[in-house]
Design a protein around this ligand. Structure first.
Ligand SMILES: [Ca+2]
Length: 552
């Protein structure tokens, strides 16, 4: 038994009776400072937190279960609990907090996905950063406490998979559940987790991380905009920060694809994707199925137009070309939304983003959309319009005016104020000493890559480049889509943020590995925007050293 284990055992044996004593700190040989708990895991069960201990209005929080677990992540106390709403007709926010017995004094809060509604606290759902290397240990196994919540709504389907739950937005009928999903659930979960850590270890974390992608990315943007002093390291990956315009873009492309003749079957989306790849793959110096130089890729879909009167699987009709152009172009509202945001850029469908698999199977829309047969864009857009915007369960998304909002025009701005993480002045977070990694794949067909570019440019309008470079890095990753892709990107985002905070030295020379099976673990340099990885013309095509980040 090591010295550390002896201390841990001693603390556990006397746990309950010394609750509240200061945490014992020790240093493992050559490693980081380790803190061991001052109480037994099971002593946390039944713990309650008064409403006054949480900074936003609630009816307090509680721990439902606390169980010591030993698995491949090591030994940790798995705590499940909830935050009670003010409105008793709303659901509790369920949360999961995982407390390692040998704690590195740091904690990671995970964001959710789509409409949330599931626990992503580090053991179920999300276990790592959205872009981590598959073979590296999970944060919990590295000594980080991890936690996350369901943002305050959940439904108990008995026979249906959880995927259906996260695509259901009916929770938004309840104002408190809507606010919890939009922003507030993040802070309430965080406050509860802080108190639980304080109780178990006798001290709060010295460093707080937030990792999220997609909706979790939107949540990451929110925490650094709204509660910048609460977090030290934040990863916001392929973020849905411009949520309202994104939803309008979903409706807009749905309307194009479900206009008679506008649908692209799999063979047509593949034709488009193959043609773009053929035209642009080599622009980065290497034919590898990845378009690295998207700025130089100007594929003209007109080259695929069917001859007059003809139609085959080898060409696109006028109506199909119109759908492609709709995907490739921006959604724009007649009136500016919160923080002046007015657009959602188009998808990179003419520069490598492949729509195959995104359009659903049916050429026609079911009303309401069919989960198994209609496209993701239509499903999400329909849910948002019905439950967030109109309150009309029978609303037909396909006749909604995405430019003006029609009779709901005046409701778009308050929706945007609640849902959009669009404040680009990150001065408070930077002054606090926080570090921010933002990234997006270039082939994302769920959230347009240029949405992240747009946000970065908004930050550039608020802060000088020198200020930005001190606390923020923005990476575009060629071939990476929405959490997967031809190049299924992975790097140790948590470790990069942690080292940046440790040393004060901004990351340079990072590489990103392809997590796909059979990729040979090919790697590329991670290029800060506007850079992209150019093949040097010789050398191992799987080695990042054979590429250089260029910005021409
Ligand atoms: Ca290439």
């Amino acid at each position: 038994m090591t010295y550390l284990q002896s201390i841990t055992l001693l603390m556990l044996l006397v746990g309950g009776s010394i609750d509240g004593l200061l945490a014992k700190e020790s240093t493992s040989r050559g490693g980081p400072q380790i803190i061991v708990p001052t109480a037994s895991c099971k002593s946390l069960k039944g713990m309650t937190l008064p409403a006054a201990s949480l900074s936003l209005p609630t009816s307090g929080a509680y721990v439902k279960s606390a169980k010591l677990v030993r698995d491949h992540r090591g030994e940790y106390c798995k705590v499940l609990g909830g935050v009670r709403p003010v409105d008793r007709s709303a659901h509790d926010i369920r949360f999961e907090v995982n407390l390692p017995t040998e704690w590195n004094h740091k904690a990671v809060q995970f964001g959710g996905g789509v409409f949330d509604g599931w626990l992503g606290g580090g053991t179920s759902g999300l276990k790592r950063a959205p872009v981590s290397v598959k073979s590296e240990p999970e944060p919990l196994a590295r000594g980080f406490a991890t936690f996350g919540g369901d943002s305050g709504h959940h439904k108990h389907y008995i026979l249906l998979p959880d995927a259906l739950n996260v695509l259901n937005a009916s929770f938004a009928r309840n104002a408190e559940e809507r606010r919890n999903f939009a922003q507030d659930g993040l802070k309430k979960t965080r406050d509860a987790a802080m108190s639980i850590m304080d109780r178990w270890y006798g001290v709060r974390p010295s460093r707080m991380f937030f990792l999220g992608g997609s909706t979790g990315g939107r949540e990451a943007f929110f925490v650094l905009q709204r509660w910048p002093e609460d977090y030290d390291g934040v990863l916001g990956a392929y973020a849905a920060w411009d949520q309202v315009e994104l939803d309008l873009q979903y409706i807009r492309v749905s309307q194009a694809m479900y206009t008679k003749g506008g649908f692209l079957s799999k063979s047509k989306t593949r034709l488009l994707a193959r043609s773009v790849m053929k035209a642009c793959d080599a622009l980065d110096g290497l034919r590898d199925g990845i378009i690295g130089n998207i700025a130089a890729c100007h594929f003209d879909p007109e080259t695929l137009r069917c001859p007059p009167g003809g139609s085959s699987k080898h060409c696109l009709t006028s109506q199909q070309l119109r759908t492609v152009q709709t995907f490739a172009t921006e959604q724009r509202s007649a009136q500016p939304l919160w923080n002046g945001v007015q657009t959602m850029p188009g998808f990179n469908v003419l520069a490598g983003a492949d729509l195959t698999g995104s359009m659903g199977l049916l050429h026609h829309p079911e009303h309401p959309p069919n989960f198994f047969l209609n496209s993701f864009f239509y499903l999400i857009g329909d849910q948002v319009l019905r439950f967030f915007l109109t309150g009309d369960d029978h609303f037909d998304a396909l006749i909604f005016d995405t430019t003006t909002g029609g009779k709901y025009a005046a409701d778009l701005l308050p929706q945007s104020q609640a849902l959009d993480a669009s404040d680009a002045d990150l001065t408070r977070f930077a002054r606090h000493g926080g570090k921010f990694l933002m990234l997006h794949g270039t082939t994302d067909t769920t959230i347009p890559t240029d949405a992240s570019v747009m946000y970065y440019k908004m930050v550039q309008e608020k802060m000088t480049q020198e200020e930005i470079d001190r606390f923020m890095r923005f990476y575009l990753i060629p071939g990476f889509g929405h959490g997967r892709g031809t190049f299924n990107a992975g790097f140790d985002a948590l470790g990069v943020l942690d080292r940046w905070l440790d040393t004060g030295i901004a990351p340079t020379g990072l590489s990103v590995v392809d997590n796909n099976k059979g990729s040979g673990e090919r790697a590329r340099p991670l290029c800060a925007y506007p850079g992209w990885p150019k093949y040097r013309g010789r050398g191992d095509v799987n080695s990042p050293n054979s590429f250089e980040c260029v910005a021409d």
